[in-house]
Ligand binder design. Structure first.
Ligand code: PEP
Ligand code: MN
Length: 336
């Protein structure tokens, strides 16, 4: 249920309405909007009688919410959520690009890649210090030393850092170094991790689970938002299908589906979808054409020797040309 307040209702009256709703035994959450302030009713199990709220001073209308997700839904908030990190804004129609290696390997590696991707126009740097690997024998990441190298990249280049957090135990540590914390596909339904992310002061990139429905993905985001963190960037990274010609199948149609259902920005990671660099390039162009709110792309200065995901990492020269065309495609699509 969404209680919509009259345009220009003063803050004091909104608070009085929240109190009046809570006095009736409901949980109320004010949702600031451009034109109107609404109050969301949370935790109600059955249907709620609109008449309960219509008599409250300042209330314009009461709209039933039909979706299981609330805070993340377009029904609750009509305007796009915009998330500003450094020079990048997600959700305002621009096309921020996050680029960097799969994993942090050495100072020389991250600084070399960061310098290249910055020159090409990327505005955020990615790199994993804690790596969720399928095999326990694969490189697991440099841990805190990796985070320190990411901090060096930020100091040297000014690029904000995106890095994955794998568990609740290391959340405080990762949060200390990261500008955006990433929750990976394998953790999309790690509910304790989602709740911890909801208490974070950092924006969160929430990757879509490998076989998650849109509804399950949005419900995962709802966990984060319900704890108070509104700065969530959804990231499509391909889903598991029967095909063998690519690592995953990039579900580009989910971009428009997300935008219809939710006010949260949605970016695309063509690298983990494709698994091979030739496919990454055209999927990156397609992501821009789809109207995504940005992309995340893996780039490596020496992919042949990469400790993870070398085959899908672009060479820095390739990334330069991809940036140019991708940005041009975004501009064409955005033209009124
Ligand atoms: C990553 O971005 O480094 C990663 C592991 O991606 P995903 O969770 O999508 O597999
Ligand atoms: Mn990777």
């Amino acid at each position: 249920m969404l209680v919509v307040m009259k345009k220009g209702t003063p803050e004091k009256k909104i608070q009085a309405a929240v109190n009046a709703i809570e006095k009736k035994g409901y949980t109320a959450r004010p949702i600031p909007g451009g034109d109107r302030v609404s109050i969301g009713i949370l935790y109600n199990t059955g249907s709620v009688d609109a008449a309960h709220f219509l008599g409250i001073d300042g209330v314009k209308e009461v709209i039933p919410v039909t979706k299981p997700y609330k805070l993340v839904s377009r029904e609750f908030q009509q305007e796009n959520t915009q998330i500003k990190v450094g020079d990048a804004v997600f959700g305002n129609g621009s096309f921020p690009v996050i680029a960097g290696p799969c994993a942090v390997e050495s100072e020389n590696q991250v600084l070399s890649i960061a310098t290249s991707v910055k020159k090409a126009g990327a505005t955020l740097f990615r790199g994993g210090a804690f790596k969720p690997r399928t095999s326990p024998y694969s490189f697991q990441g440099l841990g805190e030393n990796g985070l320190k190298l990411l901090a060096t990249v930020r100091e040297e280049t000014g690029l904000p850092i995106v890095t994955e957090v794998m568990d609740v135990e290391t959340f405080d540590l990762v949060e200390k170094y990261a500008d955006i914390v990433q929750i990976g596909t394998r953790n999309m339904q790690n509910f304790s991790l989602l709740k911890r992310a909801g208490k974070s002061v950092r924006p969160v990139i929430l990757k879509r689970g490998m076989s998650a429905l849109l509804q399950e993905w949005l419900m995962a985001a709802e966990y984060i938002m319900e704890e108070g963190n509104n700065n969530i960037i959804l990231c499509e990274r391909g889903v598991r299908t029967f095909v063998k010609h690519s690592r995953n199948t990039l579900d580009l149609s989910v971009v428009s589906a997300v935008k219809k259902e939710s006010h949260l920005p949605v970016i695309v990671d063509p690298s983990h979808a494709a698994g091979v660099r030739d496919q990454v390039i055209c999927l990156a162009y397609a992501s821009a054409a789809m109207g995504a709110d940005g992309v995340m792309i893996e780039v490596h200065n020496n992919p042949e020797e990469a400790l993870s995901d070398g085959a899908q990492s672009l060479y820095p020269e390739q990334f330069f040309s991809v940036m140019e065309k991708m940005t041009a495609i975004h501009d064409i699509v955005r033209k009124p």
